[in-house]
Design a protein around this ligand. Structure first.
Ligand code: NAD
Ligand code: UFG
Length: 342
């Protein structure tokens, strides 16, 4: 019998790619999502890739009673991957209470439901934001957690602490995955990132500019202490990231964890500047991008990339796809979206 996995936020960008990988690895998936940043059409797109439409519950995980009912109804879940969260750093500055409420209440309700069901395997979406600007690079999992720049980043720090405490007190088994910068889309171009409104993130802004939805890309700052002056990130293909969730889940289900609570960075270990990302895009799309250098974006980190040793050696996972493959899949997704909407 297939083991059943709850994927909260499974209609979203990383969630949908993970659902595909889970189904392809032989798991049964149940999604809970309130569609606050996604569409239920993604369920059909997942089916086009895997042949299986995941079961879907449409409700808000901040609703404690509804969440309890869900766990009572679905009483044979083997593990939970908790993606559901609001994630726009800039928006969190304006709507801090909403971010705390959404991201923390939903986590607490999921933990409560898991406890009620005697379920103790949780994979949690964290972020390299928890490190702020690290003192040493590449940043390891042991690096100090610095004061968060944004309420969004703070919700990830608080969530990590809550999970750590619940794990040490209550026996919860958990893996915290700290993602670096996920980009790109599934090679089928049937699922990808669907930002609502004007994208905040670099890569969707690049592809939307290239396709004519946006007039120009603004490059935020070229006076950083980096080789070309633009900020550096560790970009990781979303499919590589999705696969890491299957590996982490199996590790828990097969009782291979070294400790009840484990933390892994998920990145490639390579940093690329904004200009290098643009150059990679221009190469794969064979067109010039309209961009302009402007001032820094407040709150941005100068440079960060991951130490990947722990994930590579202990988790047994490694990111495989390079920056060109990431940019190519992002561009194919943008082209597919245009076709779909025309
Ligand atoms: P996303 O917005 O595409 O997906 C999140 C999903 O959660 C959406 O479908 C949304 O509708 C749902 N959701 C939000 N609040 C909910 C609630 N209260 N109840 C039910 N559903 C709810 O975002 P994503 O990029 O796929 O991110 C997934 C997770 O990874 C998030 O926790 C995010 O903070 C984390 N993360 C993302 C990035 C990134 O750059 N994309 C980086 C680091 C960490
Ligand atoms: N950038 C531009 N122009 C844009 C958008 C971004 O120059 O229009 C630059 C930024 O200044 C930054 C780089 O591109 O130097 C990457 O920016 P993103 O907004 O794509 O990503 P961030 O690193 O700022 O943040 C992302 C997610 C966060 C997450 C973090 C770490 O948005 O939610 O990665 O995982 F926490």
């Amino acid at each position: 019998m297939k083991r059943k996995i709850l994927v909260t936020g499974g209609a979203g960008y990383i969630g949908s790619h993970t659902v595909v990988e889970l189904q392809e690895a032989g798991f049964e998936v149940v999604i809970v999502d309130n569609l606050s940043n996604s569409y239920d059409s993604v369920l059909d797109n997942i089916k086009e890739i895997t042949g299986i439409k995941p079961r879907f519950y449409h409700f808000d995980l901040t609703d404690a009673e509804r969440t309890k009912d869900f766990f009572a109804e679905e009483n044979d879940i083997a593990g939970v991957i908790h993606f559901a969260a609001l994630k726009a750093v800039g928006e969190s500055m304006q709507k801090s209470v909403l971010y705390y409420k959404n991201n923390i209440f939903s986590l607490l309700n999921v933990l409560e439901g898991m406890k009620m069901s005697g379920l103790d395997n949780l994979v949690f979406s964290s972020s390299c934001t928890v490190y702020g600007q690290p003192d040493t690079l590449p940043v390891t999992e042991q690096a100090p957690i610095k004061k968060a720049y944004s309420p969004y980043g703070h919700t990830k720090q608080i969530a990590e602490e809550i999970i750590q405490n619940v794990s040490s007190l209550d026996g919860l088994h958990a893996i915290l995955l700290r993602y670096f910068n996920p980009i790109g889309a599934h090679p089928s171009a049937k699922i990808g990132e669907l930002p609502l409104g004007v994208p905040n993130n670099l890569v969707p802004f690049i592809t939307q500019t290239a396709i004519g939805i946006r007039e120009e890309l603004k490059v935020f700052g070229n006076d950083y202490d980096t080789p070309d002056g633009t900020a550096i990130r560790d970009y990781i293909h979303v499919v590589d990231l999705a696969k890491a969730h299957v590996v982490a889940l199996r590790r828990m289900l097969e009782n291979k964890q070294k400790e009840k609570l484990e933390v892994f960075n998920l990145g490639t270990g390579n940093g690329f500047s904004v200009l290098e990302v643009i150059q990679a895009f221009e190469k794969v799309s064979k067109q010039k991008l309209n961009y302009r250098i402007v001032g820094r974006r407040p709150g941005d980190t100068e440079k960060v990339w991951a130490a990947t040793k722990l994930a590579n050696e202990e988790l047994g996972w490694k990111a495989r796809k390079n920056l060109f493959e990431m940019m190519e899949s992002a561009w194919n997704w943008e082209l597919a979206l245009k076709k779909r909407n025309s």
